[in-house]
Design a protein around this ligand. Structure first.
Ligand code: BTN
Length: 247
């Protein structure tokens, strides 16, 4: 698979440029749009994604996973999170790297990276996916209200070159996607995702619309909803934004 690199100094958001490029026919599977700086970097919800000029990875990879049905789009989230988790593990072998459901990358209990996936769906098929990834690499000070940011440099104490890291992540994502193309319900992907899941099988405090409770994450369902057991042995299932982690 050929990867085409499109590097920008400053743009509004790599996801926005990628989506526009797909619509105009300029971009397709294998195009990577990466920027030294985004003036309107988007996080999940309405959040802004903070990233200092030239310090971190902020990029979007275009995929065309026609072989995944829209109801199984969480498989894409899993493939991308697992790929990033693998990169982090090789970069920071002494730290505890994990995936905080659904797709935040954590080191110990701090967020080092985030993923914003935007799928273009037509009828019953995914026409294209924009996998937008922000990974904090060489930024030491964060100014936004993001609660717990951390960077690779906080652990390595030295600058990490960005392009080799970008190539490694993209290669790993392509590898996971290839497995899914071959077998869309490829079980090892789910296993890898669950093995990397932050707070899995540990009692911790969470909050939902009914208040605070103690729960133990047991897994995710096929739609990507989080499953937890509470202290009364009830299985609770949550979609994104229906539950908050308290720690
Ligand atoms: C999150 O809120 O955790 C998701 C953050 C995703 C940020 C990345 S940076 C590259 C791409 N372009 C964007 O505007 N957002 C994503």
């Amino acid at each position: 698979m050929t990867i085409r690199w499109h590097h920008f100094d400053t743009i509004d958001s790599t996801n926005t440029i990628a989506l526009q490029g797909i619509s105009s026919g300029k971009f397709t599977q294998g195009d990577v749009i990466w920027a030294d700086e985004q003036t309107r970097g988007k996080g999940n919800g309405n959040n802004h994604w903070e990233s200092e000029h030239g310090k971190n990875l902020t990029f979007s990879l275009v995929l065309t996973p026609h072989f995944i049905q829209p109801q199984h789009q969480f498989r894409i989230t899993q493939a991308i999170s697992v790929a990033l988790h693998q990169t982090l593990n090789t970069l920071l072998p002494k730290e505890k790297c994990s995936i905080k459901w659904p797709n935040d990358l954590y080191v110990n209990n701090k967020k080092i990276g985030g993923i914003l996936i935007q799928n273009m769906i037509k009828g019953n098929s995914i026409q294209a996916t924009v996998a937008g990834i922000g990974l904090n690499v060489n930024q030491e000070i964060f100014r936004s209200e993001a609660p717990n940011p951390v960077s690779v440099i906080h652990f390595t104490k030295t600058n990490t070159p960005l392009f080799p890291l970008l190539k490694d992540i993209v290669a790993r994502i392509m590898q996971q996607m290839k497995q899914l193309e071959h077998k869309p319900d490829w079980p090892p992907l789910n296993e890898k995702y669950l093995n990397a899941l932050f707070q899995k099988d540990c009692w911790a405090r969470y909050a939902d619309d009914n208040g605070v409770f103690e729960g133990k994450i047991t897994g995710v369902d096929s739609y990507g909803r989080l499953q937890l057991l509470d202290r009364s042995h009830q299985l609770r299932t949550y979609a994104f934004k229906e539950i908050r982690f308290l720690y």
